[in-house]
Design a protein around this ligand. Structure first.
Ligand code: F6R
Length: 252
């Protein structure tokens, strides 16, 4: 059996503190290595961290101009100009706030999604591989768009979204029917290959997924549980998301 490595878990009082701890974590790594290569998520969870990074940049305390960014995932068929695309999201919520010239995104309009995934892997490899993957977590334990059941050795490629994920993401679209059913996501092996991984979670609705991911068995039913095997894995979760974890120290 593979060794399960103890995870560093930091429990923040709330969303704001989670966000500033996450921003400091990222800024610290960028200070050590200005040309850091990062995978970054879309969604509600990282918005506060992106704002904090924007604040650091405005105050002259952060320079991201030499770092490289890869979006974790993108909806199949949606391009950068589509309002529902993750690229649009990241432009509005991150790129606008900092000095990041470009963010890589899977070519989700390329007709062959398997090939688009393979090319994305090549882009990551030619950037030198991921130094850091920042992740949110779905209520079903997904990371990126790796839904329950996705193999731990999966690489970037097409994925089908579960009804749960589709309805969670409906808020970014005018009607539920507009939410894409497919995406291109970095695979679980791709994420695990990052030299360091930071998982963020906020709020009681994430508590079950967080407990299963961090303290449950390592199983493909809970994709995030694969991170327990990562040698440099940190989770920063707020008290709501941590409410079903027991025996972990408060903020370290
Ligand atoms: C988004 C992504 C997803 C989200 C997760 C949580 O790029 O990869 O795994 O991180 O669905 O979403 P929020 O933060 O909206 O709760």
């Amino acid at each position: 059996m593979e060794r399960v490595i103890p995870t560093k878990i930091v429990i923040a009082s709330g969303y704001k503190e989670m966000s500033s701890l996450a921003a400091s974590f990222v800024a610290g790594l960028v200070q050590e290595k200005p040309d850091l290569v990062m995978a970054i998520p879309s969604g509600r969870t990282p918005v506060g961290m992106y704002r904090q990074l924007g604040g650091m940049y405005r105050k002259g305390g952060l320079d991201l101009s030499r770092a490289t960014f890869f979006l974790l995932d993108e909806y199949h068929g949606l391009g950068p100009r589509d309002k529902g695309s993750f690229y649009h999201f990241i432009r509005q919520n991150f790129m606008r706030l900092v000095n990041v010239p470009a963010v890589h995104v899977p070519d989700s309009r390329f007709p062959d999604a398997v090939e688009a995934g393979r090319r994305y892997e090549e882009e990551i490899a030619s950037a030198g591989g991921l130094d850091l993957a920042v992740l949110g977590i779905g209520v079903n334990g997904h990371i990126g768009f790796n839904e329950p059941g996705r193999p731990f050795d999966s690489r970037t490629g097409p994925v089908n979204l579960t009804p749960e994920t589709i309805s969670a993401n409906a808020r970014y679209f005018k009607t539920p029917a507009q939410v894409p059913r497919e995406a291109i996501s970095m695979g679980l092996a791709t994420i695990r290959q990052a030299r360091s991984v930071l998982l963020l979670a906020s709020g009681a609705p994430k508590a079950e997924a967080v407990a299963a991911a961090l303290a449950g068995p390592v199983t493909t039913t809970v994709p995030a549980s694969t991170l327990q095997r990562h040698p440099a894995f940190t989770a920063i979760v707020d008290s709501g998301a941590a409410s079903l974890l027991s025996g972990f120290p408060q903020k370290g």
